[in-house]
Design a protein around this ligand. Structure first.
Ligand SMILES: [Zn+2]
Length: 224
């Protein structure tokens, strides 16, 4: 039998494509930990369709942990060289074992992620993963850290944790030296649509500007 090789991370000697960071048409959502002065290895951008999809998946089961992967782009800004990811889609995990306080990705889960990404999103990458913590708060458990280290080892791969009851969420992003703090999560940048309206409702994050200050960006298309 031909067993596909599990490879969520691309081969070595890989580098981010140069691009223009879509900062001007994105709203920055601050985490309460941003003032700690930590520097993330990558900035996180999230499209609105991806946000809506993630929230829908997160709300499927309010009692047990659910999760999946984030699909998108890994880029470096042409001018500053600063690295960033753009999460554009989310895939739910299949073949998992789950309970109220744990979610296990199996070998079959990983194979399914890779196949689905290659078939439906060729040219994109698995930029990280997400899972819920019903009534537990936003942090990474010891098991989450293990899973992140082993299955999402690239410096630019991130972990998103969502608490669906409290409507909170945050991204765990490695710092430049590769370390990961399991409690201090980062915010992200929401890529706004033409209306300039925000869809984010997570109560633990604060927008950089009041919502009415959003600037709709006419005629701009996304990245590629
Ligand atoms: Zn967890």
């Amino acid at each position: 039998m031909d067993i596909p090789r599990v490879r969520l991370a691309p081969p070595e000697a890989d580098s981010p494509s140069p691009s223009r960071m879509p900062r001007t048409r994105a709203r920055l959502w601050h985490s309460p930990f941003d003032s700690d002065g930590k520097r993330a290895a990558v900035s996180v951008f999230l499209t609105q369709p991806a946000f809506v999809r993630i929230c829908a998946l997160a709300g499927r089961d309010m009692d047990n942990e659910v999760g999946g992967v984030l699909i998108g782009l890994w880029r470096a800004d042409k001018t500053s060289g600063e690295q960033y990811i753009v999460a554009e889609a989310a895939l739910p995990a299949r073949h998992t074992r789950q309970g109220s306080a744990f979610l296990t990705f199996t070998q079959d889960t990983l194979v399914a992620f890779q196949q689905e990404q290659e078939e439906r999103y060729p040219g994109k990458r698995i930029v990280g993963w997400f899972h819920t913590h019903p009534r537990m708060g936003v942090f990474l458990s010891d098991y989450d850290l293990w899973l992140h280290t082993h299955f999402f080892p690239e410096p630019w791969q991130v972990a998103l944790v969502i608490e669906p009851h409290g409507q909170t969420g945050g991204f765990f992003v490695r710092s430049g030296d590769g370390r990961l703090d399991n409690h201090a999560y980062f915010g992200f940048r929401e890529i706004l649509g033409r209306s300039g309206r925000s869809l984010v409702y997570w109560k633990n994050l604060e927008p950089e500007f009041p919502p009415e200050a959003a600037q709709p960006m006419e005629g701009e298309t996304h990245d590629e």
